[in-house]
Ligand binder design. Structure first.
Ligand code: ADP
Ligand code: ZN
Length: 314
């Protein structure tokens, strides 16, 4: 019996990660190459096509049913266009067309948060749910939602911009221009900034022992009992938790899957989010919702792109 496969392409500012994936989420073959965005549109496109050639080497192309691509946005998902992206060379560039032409396969594009959501839903911590929200807390804060078994994109495919939910009136300025966004208060970057401010202030903190403070060091010093670090971590996680609590009240999901670099700090992240959800959400909703750690890690993008392809051809 022949087996069906799809191709997932995780297009990032640092690397391109491409794989042939079966319908259960097993990687059959894979290749990762550096993006080298500075080389420009054509060079990066050629490198993407090169990875597809590589992963198809030992696979019968007739078993491959579709291609999915996950990319940082903003995108024009319907037309397969990368509008522009801070860390990629593509400007109003149709990334779907060249792949479609070369392989004669249905090819789909979506933003990295949406594909990671689909990856966790189809193959990861969200498997078996009908209503699931994915939240990523890393350099920024982002997310996506599967509602009634389908990815909810919204009008412009930008739904679930959780990081830009206002959680503090007149709070710190966010990269988006608004003040008091969850991302400006609860992301790894926000924790790093507050940690560095504390280290260079006259506060009494062990953060001064580091030549370079990131959110990791702030969590580590907090765990060792440094009061200043504890306050930074608690405040940041509280704002992240408030954002999650608002999302839980709005979508009434069975599960919230949380991923991203900040979750590497461990159980404290989940305990704090759970605390805010318990304190702030309607009981009928929160008592039926579990907060869980994402499981796909560095494979979320490539498996998510594969999940997008599978979802679209089903
Ligand atoms: P990206 O944002 O590029 O997707 P990551 O998901 O790896 O990257 O997230 C990076 C962020 O996570 C950084 O702000 C980093 O400081 C933070 N981070 C990574 N590891 C830890 C850790 N063990 N504890 C706390 N924060 C961490
Ligand atoms: Zn914002």
């Amino acid at each position: 019996m022949s087996k069906d496969y799809v191709i997932g392409i995780d297009l990032g500012g640092t690397k391109i990660y491409t794989a042939v994936v079966d319908l259960e989420g097993n990687i059959i073959s894979e290749e990762t190459v550096a993006t080298n965005a500075a080389e420009g549109e054509q060079a990066v496109l050629n490198r993407i096509l090169g990875t597809v050639e590589t992963v198809l080497k030992n696979v019968d192309i007739s078993n491959v049913k579709a291609i999915g691509i996950g990319s940082p946005g903003p995108l024009d998902v319907k037309n397969g266009i990368i509008v522009n992206s801070a860390n990629l060379p593509f400007k109003n560039f149709n990334i779907v067309q060249p792949l479609k032409e070369k392989y004669k396969l249905p090819t789909f594009l979506d933003n990295d948060a949406n594909v990671a959501t689909l990856g966790e839903f189809m193959f990861g911590a969200g498997k078996g749910t009908e209503n699931m929200v994915f939240v990523t807390a890393s350099t920024g804060i982002g997310g996506g939602a599967v509602l009634n078994g389908k990815l909810y994109r919204g009008n412009t495919a930008n739904a679930l911009e959780i990081g830009h939910m206002t959680v503090m009136v007149d709070g710190p300025r966010c990269g988006c221009g608004n003040a008091g966004c969850a991302e400006a208060l609860g992301s790894g970057t926000a924790i790093m900034k507050r940690g560095r401010d504390a280290a260079s202030s006259n506060a009494n903190t062990t953060l001064k022992n580091y030549s370079e403070v990131t959110s990791k060091e702030v969590f580590e010093e907090a765990a060792k009992g440094d009061r200043v670090s504890k306050e930074i971590v608690n405040t940041a996680l509280s704002y992240l938790g408030i954002a999650v609590a608002n999302i839980v009240n709005i979508f009434d999901p069975e599960k919230v899957v949380v991923g991203g670099g900040v979750t590497n700090a461990g159980q404290i992240v989940f305990d704090k989010i759970q605390e805010e959800v318990d304190n702030r959400c309607l009981k009928a909703i929160s008592e039926n919702c579990v907060i869980e750690k994402a499981v796909l890690g560095g494979k979320a993008g490539v498996l998510g792109a594969a999940a997008l392809a599978i979802m679209e051809i089903k």
